[in-house]
Design a protein around this ligand. Structure first.
Ligand code: ADP
Length: 169
């Protein structure tokens, strides 16, 4: 019975680890980098309790951005979007934690900044949908695809956050 207790406890820890290991791709777009918003955007995810798993500054090629936004290639704004996203460095990140994809989108705000509530990144810093400062994956499946597109496996860090047990019950 004692072993069973330990096994159950281990299973509970394992389940909690899985629940707090969802990853999302978050990027500060070129306008956000130019406007000096990188630190603020990182801070919001850090302070919320999310764990930074990867980060780098990249000036993305047209081909890379066309892959990233492949689903939007028929949209009238597509050429402008690709030019905007390639106009300067992007701060690409992977953030990890419970419900990171959905909550990441809440932290970002609505796609159209005018529909974003104050307190969100876009609701605090943006006006135009074509200059909306940040990107966040919209589903777990797209997060996995985007992380694989922007990062090599060797760039993703596995580490235990010192605050983990204070952030999660
Ligand atoms: P999100 O980035 O919130 O997931 P979408 O995937 O629909 O939104 O669009 C990708 C990006 O394309 C948006 O973040 C925005 O920068 C740009 N975009 C979307 N709609 C428009 C539009 N009507 N005009 C110009 N740019 C747009």
């Amino acid at each position: 019975p004692r072993d069973r207790g330990i096994l159950l406890q281990n299973r509970r820890i394992h389940e909690q680890e899985i629940m707090s290991s969802e990853q999302t791709f978050i990027a500060v777009k070129p306008d956000g980098v130019q406007r000096g918003l990188v630190g603020d955007i990182i801070s919001r995810f850090e302070k919320r309790g999310y764990k930074l798993a990867a980060i780098k500054l990249v000036t993305a090629s047209k081909e890379h951005l066309e892959k990233h936004y492949a689903d939007l290639k028929e949209k009238p704004f597509f050429p402008g979007l690709i030019a905007y996203m390639g106009s300067g460095p992007i701060c690409a990140m992977v953030w990890e934690g419970r419900d990171a994809v959905k909550t990441g989108r809440v932290i970002l705000g609505a796609t159209n900044p005018l529909a974003s509530t104050p307190g969100t990144i876009r609701g605090d810093y943006a006006i135009d949908v074509g200059r909306n400062v940040c990107h966040g994956s919209d589903a777990v499946e797209s997060a996995q695809k985007e992380i694989a597109l922007w990062f090599d496996k060797s760039e993703i860090n596995t580490w235990k956050q010192a605050s983990h047990d204070w952030v999660y019950e």
